[in-house]
Design a protein around this ligand. Structure first.
Ligand SMILES: [Ca+2]
Ligand SMILES: [Ca+2]
Length: 495
């Protein structure tokens, strides 16, 4: 127990020290901005909804990336595919993309063939995907790294993380309050033949079931660390993002509650059996294993809505994009046992509820891990609805101008950003620049490309992009959205 507590403090100290070294001027500016924003009284002088002293740099540091239309997913009931995730399954040489309404498609490496692989919402599976509203649905999926290795324990196995209308089974975890709106389930599917063009296995096995207290903020991203090799401790361990349950402000205070899976990144062994109901395993090297009053499944805590995370192939650093409350969006590093701060902190600042954030002592708790980059909801570059997504760390030669850059974005507006993977910033919004896209014409935003495509489709132009990133094993970068059914791929200039 002791060593872990010490390790967590060390992690926070590194962030705090670097910040002190690199950011004193920025911190002073934050405080000055807070003083300007403040109205009256000692509390108001510290509290603001615009804590960053400047806007995102919109002109300097732009990288222009060429894009092509790579593949098209079909509409469902006249509505464009609600794409959330694209992953590569290298053993069977296919990409997979989901539609939040329950469909999982395979896409050939050349983008020419798109096939429905599995419909989670088919009545024969009994999954009953809950996909109403913007935030509920088939959230994420992951292929076991053994998926294509015949004879290996994970052969043919993949996992889906979805909201469900079927609330008859008893949940493994309840939030201890809220409205019991629906459940979120982690399922294991086993294909008989991994190379089969459509799913040829039976009904899924249920690993984990959560009762949701509120309709928003549900499952996050699930993924295996693609850098782990057979024999590594991280091989075959599934990272499971779980949002804070919803409403606003984490009213049940779940993200800092070590007995609750909500507001966490979990790490489990889907083929193990020492977890809840024996349906999955808790890896012995998880950071809180053996601690009383803490779930051994927890890998990191203090997250709000961890829809996306990813790893840097050059050094193994894990980054997570966490969607903010009313004020700040962030990308943070994730280390074992890290506390990313929510709902005590929003970005670098103390969370102050409806009043915004308190900027008086930014990044001052050494037990916390603070963002590498953050941006404010009121930034003029973005639309009114603001939410961060990520994460692609481009270390291949697939797109030379993006080599060594960490890509993240703001999904409603479709803005794409980059920062230096070898010298990541230590908070604030000055350490990153924009990526603009060129699809034939002048460099522009993803949203404008979607709107042009919508016009060609005879549809009203979308008002938001709902950007998500994807990548394959060779480093090709893909851009998803929810409004034109089109998967775009970033290509080298002149390709
Ligand atoms: Ca929820
Ligand atoms: Ca945070």
């Amino acid at each position: 127990m002791e060593p872990m507590v010490r390790r967590r403090i060390e992690v926070g100290s590194v962030a705090a020290r670097s910040f002190a070294a690199a950011g004193r001027r920025v911190a002073a500016a934050w405080i000055a901005a807070a003083a300007i924003a403040g109205t009256a009284g000692p509390l108001a002088a510290q509290t603001t909804t615009s804590p960053l002293p400047s806007s995102i740099e919109s002109v300097e540091g732009i990288i222009v990336a060429d894009v092509v239309e790579f593949a098209t997913l079909p509409d469902v009931d006249g509505e464009a595919a609600r794409m959330m995730l694209l992953v590569d399954e290298p053993a069977t040489r296919r990409l997979f993309v989901n539609d939040m309404r329950g469909r999982l498609y395979s896409v050939s490496y050349d983008g020419r063939t798109v096939e429905l692989y599995l419909d989670l919402d088919d009545p024969r599976w009994g999954v009953a995907v809950e996909s109403q509203g913007r935030e509920r649905g088939f959230q994420s999926f992951a292929f076991h790294p053994d998926f294509g290795r015949e004879g290996a324990p994970g052969y043919g196995k993949f996992y889906t993380w979805t909201d469900t209308r079927n609330t008859k089974p008893k949940p493994d975890f309840k939030p201890g309050g809220g409205d019991a709106t629906h459940h979120t389930v982690l399922l294991e599917w086993t294909a008989r033949n991994a190379a089969s063009p459509t799913y040829d296995g039976g009904a899924p096995r249920e690993l984990l079931r959560l009762e949701q207290p509120f309709r928003n903020h549900n499952g996050g991203h699930i993924a295996f660390n693609p850098l782990a090799r057979p024999g590594d401790p991280d091989y075959g361990k599934l990272y499971v993002g779980v949002a804070d349950g919803g409403s606003g402000g984490d009213p049940l205070r779940l993200s800092q509650n070590m007995q609750s899976p909500f507001g966490k990144v979990l790490r489990i062994d889907p083929l193990g059996s020492n977890g809840v109901r024996g349906a999955y395993g808790i890896p012995a090297d998880n950071p809180f294993v053996g601690q009383r009053r803490a779930l051994g499944e927890i890998y990191a805590l203090g997250v709000r809505n961890p829809q996306r995370f990813g790893w840097d192939p050059a050094n193994g650093t894990m980054y997570l994009a966490d969607i903010g409350q009313n004020v700040v969006e962030e990308v943070s590093r994730v280390t074992p046992g890290a506390n990313l701060g929510w709902n005590l902190w929003e970005g670098s600042f103390r969370y102050a509820g409806n009043r915004g954030v308190d900027v008086s002592k930014p990044r001052s708790d050494p037990a916390m891990t603070y963002p590498v980059v953050e941006y404010a909801h009121g930034d003029p570059l973005l639309q009114r609805r603001v939410a961060v997504t990520g994460i692609v760390v481009h270390r291949s030669d697939a797109v030379p101008q993006l080599r060594g850059r960490v890509l993240f974005g703001d999904f409603p507006s479709g803005e794409i950003f980059h920062f230096d993977a070898d010298n990541p910033p230590e908070g604030g919004n000055r350490g990153f620049g924009r990526v603009l896209l060129r699809q034939g014409g002048a460099p522009t935003t993803l949203l404008e490309l979607i709107r042009a495509r919508n016009r060609a489709q005879g549809k009203p132009p979308a008002e938001r992009a709902d950007l998500r990133f994807g990548e394959d094993a060779t480093g090709r970068v893909f851009l998803l959205n929810k409004h034109d059914g089109t998967i775009r791929m970033i290509v080298p200039s002149g390709a």
